[in-house]
Structure formats: structure tokens, C-alpha cells
Ligand binder design. Structure first.
Ligand SMILES: O=C(O)C1=C[C@@H](OP(=O)(O)O)[C@@H](O)[C@H](O)C1
Ligand SMILES: C=C(OP(=O)(O)O)C(=O)O
Length: 430
């Protein structure tokens, strides 16, 4: 791909888009299948940088994985113990690989070194390390305290069976503990201290663990009870849903353009919290219909896009797409309770503010919110920096639907979760 992509002002035609597999489900099921006591064939797994990092890591750890075709992986589980007891793993910028693997390797009897790209070394992991240390993990920081790279040494059980974890920086820390602590064979209570953000991702974790035979009871997402003596047992085959966060760009295109856009791969029974993005679009004036495995969004020609003021804590990834919906509305809009944007692929609050202002949009950036008001016509042919953040690239592509040609710099950053995004987007445009 060139180091920029020029998107001319476009309109969208009524279309159907087949979604890539869910990143969150792909990386969780790859890890759970690897830890199970049997063989599992995973279908429709996302093929992208984040899942490649997980697949490579599992193979280095001695898990036998054969991939007869793209998106299909037969995983031979290792019954809770990775055969490789010394390894160096490079995990890119994949939070869904780094955090769960840190916890899984912390409860093993080996020596492991975990690193990532420079940005991953700026993304916090201290709350997870603190929680694991309470229960017997031996983890040290190689550079800055609280951040990767990490060095992990053998687990030493200390008899502690109630572990506290903070939930206000990333839900991935709780996800990691939930998936890893059953490997010790002991029962644990995990207590969330303070607020738990991005809660629907915990529900994905619990539902997938249940599919692998481990039921976790919880009290209102505050205390989680892990059973003793359990072993992950995989279903013979497992189908990965389409990615609901990736769906958000096309669903927003349906609202913005008015045309019927159908995404295939997620539907009314999806386990992904980001399908709630559709509820936000409905409040903005979208029409919606759900199928078992599809969602269609459009807008009646007479209905304007409505202003909104949303708490988007439960849909942090799809919430970025709402920023462009705000621009399309031309009304003052706010997206709130999204401080976690600051510790993702880039500081997304700052990046979103900077790039929207280049288009002439009025923006107020708060510590945990963004207010957006596009009054004047947008400036054409603006060069949008993407900060190595796939969602910046995908969100800003939608500006082309607002009669505004736009240039997206370094568009290959979409490889993190959606390598074919610009091809799919071009198919919709007329
Ligand atoms: O568990 C997951 O699969 C994810 C949780 C969310 O992160 P936070 O919990 O850090 O908000 C989300 O942003 C990320 O893309 C995927
Ligand atoms: C925050 C994201 O990724 P990660 O899984 O690396 O946290 C994302 O995909 O928007």
C-alpha cells in the first residue's frame, strides 16, 4: 500500500459487507483452545496483525496449530501447561495478546520475556502485574515500572485465594486474570476495586470461558468466583463472529448516506458489546433491522442526523466512529466517559481532536470526553495523520461521504484488525 490513500468525495450505494472475524473473540478462543485438553477447530478467525501475534506466540510456546485455509486453525490443546518453558515473545501492539498471555505465562513454571512495539511499552500493565503478584507471580519490569517489556519467572503459589484488581484503566486486566487463574487448579475470588470500564468485554470473556467448560459466577461484575480443579475443554469446532467494532464504519455509512448497508457476520445474538453502537445510531435517527447473522442500517431521506450526548464507556472502540457521526450531524455533540482512549493505540482523545480541527471542526477535548461541532463546510483534501492507529484511518475514511475529499496517511495501520478495510470501503462507493 502507498504511504497515503486519497479518497475522493463519494456517495455510498446500498450494499452488503462480509465482516472479518472479531479480534476479541479470535484472540480469546485461540488462547483458550491452546490451553484446553483436546483438539478444537476454529473457523472464521480474524487474519490480521493482532491475531498473527497471538498465533506466533502460541506456536513459540509449543502449541501445535495447523491452518488448512485462511481463517481456519486446528489447535491441539496443551492441557493447561505450555511445553516451552523459556521463550521471548514479541506481541506487537495487541492488547488482547499481551495482557492475557502475561497472566497465562505468570502461572506457568517457566521464564518468559514479553515485549511489543514502542507504543505497547507506553500502554499500562501495572494493575494486572500487581494483581498477579498478590497471588504468587514473579514478574519484573525491564524498563519503566508499570509498563512492558516484562520478564516472567516461575509461579510460586502463596496460598492467597482472593485477588484485587483495578478496573478503571483497562478491562483486559480482569479478562486476563479470569482466563489464567483457573490454570492453577485453585479456586479464586477476584474483586474489582473501583470502577470497571469496558464491561461488555468481560461478558465476552465469561461467555467464551463457559464454552470451554469453565463457569464463572459473579456478583454484579464486582466479585468473580473461579472454581477449583477445572480444565479447559474445547468444543470440537467453534465459529468466530464477525467483528462488531469493524462493523461500526459501515453501519455509520448507512446512517450518513441514507443507503441500506448490511453487515454480515454479526446479528441479534452477538456476544460483542459493540453491537450496542447500533443503539447509538438509532438515537441519531437511523433505521435498523436485525437478522440472525446480519444488521442493516439506513436513514429515511426526511430524517436529519440528530445531535447526541452519549456516555460511551461500554463501547470504547466503536465510540470513535461516533465522532464522525457527530461531524455529519452538523450539531453540537459529545462523547463522554472515554478516558481509556488515552492509553490505546495512541492517545485517541488528543489525536481525534487534532485531526478534526484540521478539517475546520470545533472541538473541545476534556480529560475523559470530546465535544464536536462542525459548523462551516469541511476543508477539502486535508492530510489526516493516523498515529499508527487503525481506527483513526477507518473513522476518517467516512469524511469522504460528507462531500469532502480526504487523504489518509499511512493507511496500512488498518492491518492491526482489518487489512482489507479500504478494499471493502471502495466497493461501497460510487
Ligand atoms: O478485551 C478486549 O477484547 C478489548 C477490550 C477493550 O479494551 P479496554 O478494556 O482496555 O477498554 C477494547 O478497547 C479492545 O479493543 C478489546
Ligand atoms: C484498543 C484496541 O486494541 P487492543 O486490543 O490492542 O487494546 C482497539 O482495537 O481499538
Amino acid at each position: 500500500m502507498k504511504d497515503f490513500i486519497f479518497l475522493p468525495a463519494s456517495t455510498i450505494q446500498a450494499s452488503r459487507v462480509r465482516l472479518p472475524g472479531s479480534k476479541s473473540i479470535s484472540n480469546r478462543t485461540l488462547l483458550l483452545a491452546a490451553l484446553a485438553d483436546n483438539v478444537c477447530v476454529l473457523h472464521d478467525v480474524l487474519d490480521s496483525d493482532d491475531t498473527q501475534r497471538m498465533l506466533e506466540a502460541l506456536q513459540v510456546l509449543g502449541v501445535a496449530i495447523s491452518s488448512p485455509q485462511a481463517g481456519t486453525h486446528q489447535v491441539q490443546g496443551v492441557t493447561g501447561r505450555f511445553p516451552t518453558t523459556e521463550a521471548k515473545l514479541f506481541l506487537g501492539n495487541a492488547g488482547t495478546a499481551f495482557r492475557p498471555l502475561t497472566a497465562a505465562l505468570a502461572v506457568m513454571q517457566g521464564h518468559y520475556h514479553l515485549s511489543g512495539v514502542a507504543r505497547m511499552h507506553e500502554r499500562p500493565i501495572g494493575d494486572l502485574v500487581d494483581a498477579l503478584r498478590l497471588a504468587g507471580a514473579d514478574i519484573s519490569y525491564e524498563q519503566n515500572s508499570g509498563y512492558p517489556p516484562l520478564q516472567i519467572a516461575p509461579w510460586q503459589d502463596n496460598g492467597v485465594r482472593r485477588v484485587q484488581v483495578k478496573g478503571n484503566v483497562s478491562s483486559q486486566f480482569l479478562t486476563a486474570l479470569l482466563m489464567a487463574l483457573p490454570l492453577t487448579g485453585n479456586a479464586y475470588d477476584i474483586e474489582v476495586v473501583g470502577e470497571l470500564i469496558s464491561k461488555p468485554y468481560i461478558d465476552i470473556t465469561l461467555k467464551l470461558m463457559a464454552q470451554f467448560g469453565v463457569q464463572v459466577a459473579h456478583e454484579n461484575h464486582q466479585v468473580f468466583h473461579l472454581p477449583a480443579g477445572v480444565v479447559y475443554h474445547a468444543p470440537a469446532t467453534l465459529h468466530v463472529e464477525g467483528d462488531a467494532s469493524s462493523a461500526s464504519y459501515f453501519l455509520a455509512a448507512g446512517l450518513i448516506s441514507g443507503q441500506k448497508i448490511t453487515v454480515e457476520g454479526v446479528g441479534k445474538n452477538s456476544i460483542q458489546g459493540d453491537v450496542a453502537f447500533v443503539d447509538a445510531l438509532v438515537q441519531c435517527g437511523a433505521q435498523v433491522s436485525y437478522g440472525d447473522n446480519s444488521i442493516t442500517v439506513w436513514r429515511d431521506a426526511k430524517q436529519a442526523i440528530q445531535a447526541f450526548d452519549f456516555d460511551a464507556n461500554h463501547i470504547p472502540d466503536a465510540a470513535m466512529t461516533l465522532a464522525i457521526v457527530a461531524v455529519a450531524s452538523g450539531q453540537p455533540c459529545s462523547i463522554r466517559n472515554i478516558e481509556s482512549w488515552r492509553v490505546k493505540e495512541t492517545d485517541r482523545l488528543s489525536a481525534m481532536t487534532t485531526e478534526l480541527r484540521k478539517l475546520g471542526v470545533l472541538v473541545t477535548e476534556g480529560q475523559d470526553y470530546i465535544s464536536i461541532h462542525a459548523q462551516a463546510p469541511l476543508k477539502p483534501n486535508v492530510r489526516i495523520d493516523t498515529y499508527d492507529d487503525h481506527r483513526m484511518a477507518m473513522c476518517f475514511s467516512l469524511i469522504a461521504l460528507l462531500d469532502t475529499p480526504i487523504i489518509i496517511i499511512e493507511p496500512e495501520c488498518v492491518n492491526k484488525t482489518f487489512p482489507t478495510y479500504f478494499k471493502e470501503f471502495a466497493k461501497l462507493c460510487v
